[in-house]
Design a protein around this ligand. Structure first.
Ligand SMILES: O=P(O)(O)O[C@@H]1C[C@H](O)[C@@H](CO)O1
Length: 281
């Protein structure tokens, strides 16, 4: 989800490049947050020229524009993953579209497996940093010719996750009475779609990784490259299976189920963070 504010990228015209006007408003089952927006307009991904389409069960495929408690926002219902077969720059393309419509704040969310033993299913982990495993193998969304209109060739990402927003979110969690559910930690993105092996998780633990997922890092890199302020968190949907003798295996159904069970609290959490941003920017 992202907050729309003034300012477009010079030389880029969203309406011209993406023919936004030709997209038909569309409505389908939507998450409570996007559902609750006032003055909504929805655009299925396949109505946006050159946009990828979501292929993951549980990930709907539309852009939703509207007002969240009076604040103009754009929501993605469904994101793109490397395992779907798209090049990583295509997976991150929606962030470029956000930038082009004048968005300066990105709130990225994901489902992740809890590797940190202190984490419980249903915890919210504010992301303070990431390990981009895909990037270790050269799979970086900024690979290829750099478009200087978005940002520099060699962007720093060492402070990708805004410290002030992280502190504010921690405070907001406490005010909401969910302080016991709020964690702060390091996220990693793997290529998926297979979940991790026990040996891989043991290696990740040594690296200081707290939660494991299959998204977000490439979106955050592109957002950071174009100067957006980023806040991101993981919902811990399952515990990582770190021994060979556990009965339950990681599975997508548990991920979806935990997401559903926490929808309302996540919606309230995000709404309050959006309010905080508008009151402090
Ligand atoms: O899109 P996110 O990262 O939130 O979704 C995670 C990663 C896979 O798409 C899926 C695995 O269950 O959930």
């Amino acid at each position: 989800m992202a907050l729309i504010s003034k300012g477009r990228i010079k030389g880029l015209d969203l309406k011209k490049e993406f023919r936004i006007r030709s997209m038909k408003p569309y409505s389908s089952f939507a998450s409570p947050l996007a559902e609750s927006l006032a003055d909504k307009e929805c655009f299925p991904y396949d109505s946006v020229p050159n946009f990828p389409v979501s292929t993951v069960p549980g990930h709907r495929g539309q852009l939703v524009f509207g007002l969240l408690d009076g604040v103009p926002v754009m929501c993605m219902q469904g994101r793109f993953h490397y395992y779907e077969g798209y090049p990583i720059c295509k997976c991150a393309m929606p962030i470029r579209v956000m930038k082009m419509v004048g968005i300066n704040y990105l709130i990225a969310t994901n489902a992740a497996g809890g590797l940190n033993e202190k984490y419980k299913v249903g915890d919210i982990m504010i992301i303070k940093d990431h390990v981009n495993f895909l990037g270790f193998a050269g799979v970086n969304p900024l690979r290829g010719p750099n478009d200087e209109r978005f940002g520099p060739r060699f962007p720093a990402v060492s402070r990708a996750y805004d410290a002030k927003l992280r502190a504010a979110a921690m405070r907001i969690g406490k005010e909401m009475g969910i302080g016991h559910q709020i964690q702060e930690g390091v996220y990693t993105c793997l290529g998926g779609p297979s979940f991790e092996t026990v040996a891989e998780l043991a290696a990740m633990k040594i690296l200081g990784i707290d939660a494991v997922g299959m998204s977000t890092t490439y979106e955050v890199i592109v957002a950071c490259h174009s100067g957006m302020t980023v806040f991101a968190f993981s919902l811990i949907t399952n515990k990582c299976v770190t021994t060979y003798d556990e009965e339950v295996m990681p599975n997508h159904e548990e991920v979806i189920q935990t997401g559903k069970e926490n929808e309302e609290v996540l919606k309230a959490f995000v709404s309050r963070i959006v309010q905080h941003i508008t009151q402090n920017s």
